[in-house]
Ligand binder design. Structure first.
Ligand code: 5CA
Length: 446
C-alpha cells in the first residue's frame, strides 16, 4: 500500500477523552473512531489488525477441531425465556421490539441460539463430540463503557460451544480450549495467564479467565510469579488426546492464579512462598466455561446414548475478546513514540520510508523494493508522501510496524538501505535484496 493512496487519519494531538495508552494510540494512529459511547468504527489500519487477530483465532480453532459458522446478532427473546435468562440478564441486554411487536435482543452471547440449533439437528451420541464456534459482534449495554475497544458496548467476540455426551468428555473439550487459547495468545505476542474465576451470568463451576498482566487492566489478580515463566512455545499437542490436553491444563493451572472474585488469601499464603506472591492488575482477554446441562436441560437438548437412554447433552462455552485484544496487545507493547506491533498481528509487515521523494533514484529504488517485498508475499506500507524525514519517521513509529526500511540518496550511492527494528531501535545497512530476504525470513519464522 502506498500511503498517498491510503486512508490513515493520524492525529497530532493526544485526544483528551482517552484515559489509557492503548485507547490514545488507537485514536492517534487512525485505527478507530468513536461512533457513539462504547461503539467504534474500524478505520482501515485498525480493521487490518482486527482481521489478522481474527485469522489467528480461526486458524487455532480449526487446528483444535472446532467448526466455524455464523449466527446472527439479533435473536428472539423467546429462546432466552426458555433458559430463564431473558429476565435474569438485566440492563446489560439491549432489548428491541420489531414492527410486529415481537421481542428481540442484540445478542450478548449465544448459548441459547446454539442450543436451539443443536436440538433441531442432533439426536444421537454418534454425532458427538461437536464444537461449533463463530466470530460475531456482541452487544452489552455496559454501565461504564470505557478505555476504547477494551470495554465497549458493541465488541467482536469469538464464542465457541462444545456438546459432549458426559462430564468427562466435556471436560476434555474444556482442556482442549485451554490449550488452543494458550497457542492463540502466544501467536499474538501475548502472555495470557489462565486464572480461576467466577462464571457470572454464563453459569457453571468450572471456569478460567485468561489475563494479560497490565497496570491498566480492570481485574485485580493474585498469582504465583513462577507462572510467568511458563511458555507454550511451538510444542505440538494432539487435541484428541485426553492425557496430552490434561497435562497442559495441569502445567498451566496448578500454581496459584486467581482473580479477585475467587481469591482466597489464606490459600494464597499457604501455597505460595512470600517472595513469589504477586498482586497485580490484568486484562481479561478470554474465558472458558463448563456448565454441564444448564442449557440443555432447560431447552430440551437431549441425545440418545449408547444404552438407548435419552440424556441431556453436556456443554461449555468459550470466549475470546477479539476486539479487546487490540487494546491488550498495545498495552503490552508500546513506547512513548507509539505502538510496537508483534510480527504476528502487524497491519503491514514493513514500512518503506523514502527520504527524498521526487528524487528519481530514490523513487525508483523504493518502487523496486516495494515490488520485491510484495513478490515475497509481504505487505509493505510505502510512505511516498512529500514530507520531511522526521514526519515520516514519527508516523511509522506511531503506527508501530515492526520493521522499517529507509531509502535515501546517500545510502543508494553506497548500494545500501537501512533496516530498523521498531522494538530495539537498532539499524543495519544492507543491500535492498538482503533486506527483502531478511524480512521474508523473519516472517517465515514468526
Ligand atoms: N459465552 C461466554 C463464552 S463464549 C461469554 O460470553 N464469555 S465472556 O462474557 O467472558 O466474554 C468473552 C470475552 O469477551 C471476555 O473474556 C472478554 O475478553 C470479551 N468481552 C466481554 N465483555 C466485553 C466488552 N464489554 N468489551 C470488549 N470485550 C469484552
Amino acid at each position: 500500500m502506498r500511503l498517498t493512496r491510503y486512508f490513515l487519519p493520524v492525529l497530532k494531538e493526544t485526544p483528551s477523552e482517552a484515559q489509557i495508552v492503548s485507547h490514545r494510540l488507537m485514536l492517534r494512529a487512525g485505527m478507530i473512531k468513536q461512533a457513539s459511547a462504547g461503539i467504534y468504527s474500524w478505520l482501515p489500519l485498525g480493521y487490518r489488525v482486527l482481521r489478522r487477530i481474527e485469522e489467528i483465532v480461526h486458524q487455532e480453532q480449526v487446528r483444535a477441531g472446532h467448526i466455524p459458522m455464523l449466527m446472527p446478532t439479533l435473536q428472539s427473546a423467546d429462546l432466552w425465556r426458555e433458559s430463564g435468562r431473558y429476565e435474569d440478564y438485566g440492563e446489560e441486554m439491549l432489548r428491541i421490539t420489531d414492527r410486529h411487536g415481537r421481542d428481540m435482543l442484540y445478542g450478548p452471547t449465544n448459548e441459547e441460539l446454539i442450543t436451539d440449533i443443536f436440538r433441531a439437528h442432533v439426536a444421537s451420541y454418534k454425532d458427538l463430540p461437536l464444537t461449533l464456534y463463530h466470530i460475531q459482534w456482541k452487544f452489552r449495554d455496559e454501565v461504564r463503557p470505557r478505555f476504547g475497544v477494551m470495554r465497549g458496548r458493541e465488541f467482536l467476540m469469538k464464542d465457541g460451544y462444545n456438546f459432549d455426551i458426559d462430564r468427562d468428555a466435556a471436560l476434555h473439550a474444556y482442556n482442549r480450549h485451554l490449550v488452543s487459547y494458550l497457542r492463540t495468545y502466544e501467536r499474538m505476542g501475548l502472555q495470557a495467564i489462565p486464572m480461576r474465576a467466577e462464571s457470572g451470568p454464563i453459569g457453571g463451576d468450572d471456569t478460567h479467565e485468561f489475563l494479560v498482566l497490565a497496570d491498566t487492566g480492570e481485574s485485580e489478580v493474585f498469582y504465583d510469579s513462577a507462572i510467568t515463566d511458563l511458555r507454550f512455545g511451538d510444542r505440538s499437542v494432539d487435541y484428541d488426546s485426553v492425557s496430552e490436553c490434561q497435562a497442559v491444563l495441569e502445567e498451566f493451572t496448578s500454581r496459584y492464579a486467581r482473580t479477585d472474585d475467587t481469591h482466597d488469601e489464606a490459600a494464597f499464603n499457604a501455597q505460595v512462598p512470600e517472595e513469589r506472591r504477586r498482586r497485580a492488575r490484568g486484562i481479561e482477554v478470554g474465558q472458558i466455561f463448563y456448565f454441564g446441562t444448564k442449557y440443555s436441560e432447560a431447552m430440551g437438548a437431549v441425545v440418545v446414548n449408547d444404552k438407548g437412554e435419552r440424556v441431556p447433552v453436556h456443554m461449555g462455552s468459550h470466549g475470546i475478546g477479539v476486539s479487546r485484544l487490540l487494546g491488550a496487545i498495545i498495552e503490552a507493547s508500546h513506547d512513548d513514540k507509539g505502538i510496537i506491533w508483534p510480527e504476528g498481528v502487524t497491519p503491514f509487515h514493513a514500512g518503506i520510508v523514502n527520504l527524498k521523494q521526487g528524487d528519481s533514484a530514490a523513487d525508483a529504488a523504493c518502487d523496486a523494493l516495494y515490488q520485491a517485498l510484495i513478490a515475497k508475499g509481504l505487505e509493505p506500507l510505502y510512505d511516498d508522501r512529500d514530507e520531511r524525514a522526521g514526519a515520516k519517521f514519527a508516523t511509522m513509529d506511531l503506527i508501530g510496524l515492526p520493521w522499517r526500511i529507509t531509502v535515501g540518496p546517500r545510502g543508494l550511492a553506497k548500494g545500501v538501505v537501512e533496516l530498523t527494528s521498531r522494538r530495539t531501535g537498532e539499524s543495519e545497512e544492507l543491500s535492498a535484496e538482503a533486506a527483502v530476504d531478511r524480512l521474508a525470513q523473519i516472517y517465515a519464522d514468526a
